[in-house]
Design a protein around this ligand. Structure first.
Ligand SMILES: O=C(O)CCC(=O)C(=O)O
Ligand SMILES: [Fe+2]
Length: 249
């Protein structure tokens, strides 16, 4: 990787985002994710790291594409997909977080009868994605202004799907922006949909189900259909970093 791509992020192993990943209580987080469909990783990024990553938005050479949501009926606001090589801390987070969720992802697929398994290392999973033609990186930066919103959606980019993803709030709620709440919906068979609003603080990550998740019922597990989105911003600007673990076709 050319050195200048990682230049804004001097290596500081003990305080790096990837090292911080190891300090979370993963059994508690994965239990909560399994139980409710989402879990918060408090302060995954420091205020300084949030600002540095949000500022990448205007750096054209970091990205493979830009999507203006209104043009596609996706909402209002825009996002950009990073190109490979990813900025060092984003690559490091993706690599460090994936193994923490791989077991739960395998258990979910088993319970839902989905015939996809996940190796312990992200590099091995990405090699599978690439062999299946899913070669384009999916981590993205999103940018919202006043009145912007993100319609309920699922981040599916081909047949291979890692069932959990994360989004990190890079802006300060109540200060940089108002409104703009992260929302999850759960569509249950023969029942009305349920919504969860996940209140995030600056630097918090939310881990959530991408597509389906299993819910325990009286006769074993049943599958619910998940979507996520962002409610309308009332004022200000909001940036998020999305980390999706499968690559795109
Ligand atoms: O801006 C947000 O909070 C949602 C981002 C999102 O849709 C994603 O990361 O996939
Ligand atoms: Fe998304």
């Amino acid at each position: 990787m050319p050195r200048n791509l990682s230049a804004p992020f001097p290596d500081a192993p003990l305080s790096s985002p990837a090292a911080r990943v190891l300090s979370y209580d993963w059994p508690v987080i994965t239990h909560q994710l399994d139980d409710t469909g989402s879990a918060i990783l408090p302060q995954l990024l420091s205020p300084e790291e949030c600002r540095t990553i949000a500022a990448l938005y205007s750096d054209d050479c970091r990205f493979r594409s830009r999507v203006v949501m209104a043009r596609h009926g996706f909402g209002k606001g825009e996002y950009r997909y990073f190109s490979y090589p990813l900025p060092a801390p984003i690559e490091a987070l993706r690599t460090a977080i994936y193994p923490q969720f791989a077991d739960l992802a395998n258990r979910w697929n088993e319970r839902m009868g989905i015939d996809q398994t996940y190796p312990a290392d992200h590099a091995d999973y990405i090699a599978r994605c690439h062999a299946a033609g899913q070669t384009r990186p999916t981590p993205l930066l999103l940018q919202y202004g006043p009145g912007d919103y993100n319609c309920l959606h699922q981040d599916l980019y081909g047949g291979l799907v890692f069932p959990i993803q994360i989004a990190i709030l890079l802006s300060v709620p109540g200060e940089d922006f108002t409104g703009g709440e992260f929302a999850l919906t759960e569509q249950r068979p023969r029942m009305q949909s349920r919504v969860d609003v996940v209140s995030l603080q600056h630097g918090d990550a939310v881990a959530f189900a991408v597509h389906h998740r299993p819910v325990r019922g009286a006769r074993g597990s049943y599958r619910v259909n998940m979507r996520h989105g962002v409610s309308r911003l009332h004022s200000g600007n909001r940036h998020t970093l999305g980390i999706i673990f499968h690559d795109a076709q």
